[in-house]
Design a protein around this ligand. Sequence first.
Ligand code: MTE
Length: 320
Amino acid sequence: MYFKDKTILASDITPRDVFENRRSLIKTAAAGGFGMALAPWFSRQALASNPEKLAATLNTAYSSKDEPTPYKYVTSYNNFYEFGTDKSDPAAHANTLQTRPWTVSIEGLVKKPLTLDIDALLKLAPIEERIYRLRCVEGWSMVIPWDGYSLSKLIGKVEPLGSAKYVEFISLADRKQMPGVSSNILDWPYREGLRMDEAMNPLTLLTLGLYGEVLPKQNGAPVRIVVPWKYGFKSAKSIVKIRFTEEMPKTSWSQFDSREYGFYSNVNPQVDHPRWSQATERRIGDPKGMFASKIKTQMFNGYADQVASMYAGMDLKKYY
Ligand code: MTE
């Protein structure tokens, strides 16, 4: 990861007209104090005329009050090495990705292995919208309205065995669709993993969309994981396999350099990456651009109340 970090100029990108509207509606919904609200940008009419829309209900209890990063940045400043290492490569090249038909097989140490196609995944549980912070180890962050449901709902269907201690996520690696897979930057397929309790934590989102639409290809269509208290690379895109294991899975980034990328990779401002400080972050899309003041990075990316207890007693410098 992480060879280049190009900043996008606002003038490089087409503006997204509906964004301002959406923002004020989120604020209204959040101020209302109710746990769930219809995601502001969803309308039945839109759903009928555009099959790419998702009917998502805003989960205000799990949503950040930070201002969402404009859609244009969320979808044009990406890391998806299967399509190249530049931040602009995924938006430029991911159009070759075939997202239908698509199946995800859920296998390994489970009582009921399953293979589900994308329509079955879309119907498995009500789709919620959650506005999560995403903190990248490179030092930038975004705030993204993701659409999906807790991964635990899918895990419940396959009934993991007592011996299952970890969950591995495996992304598609197809040279025909993904030009970056022909390079040897990473050991393909892209692989990530979580400990079982992390995978079951309700914050871990099986993600099918963003901003009330099915996932754009550059963001990991048609299905990815989002783990908001961990650095962005833990959130594997375009997954085809979820495997339950007894051993800690080998992940692509820890194989790339285990000193730089540990298995846990919890956002932690006190433990620096060998090349980058993790104390502060730069919000992508801040109108002040490079002159925007840096934000202090929060422990567990601000999700300590929901996740810190999973790491009680662990030396987080050792288990980075
Ligand atoms: N998943 C796959 N399959 N390939 C990747 O290169 N990059 C990761 C993660 N998931 C990556 C991936 C990194 S480094 C980040 S920061 C996030 O995706 C970026 O997600 P976004 O582009 O949707 O913001």
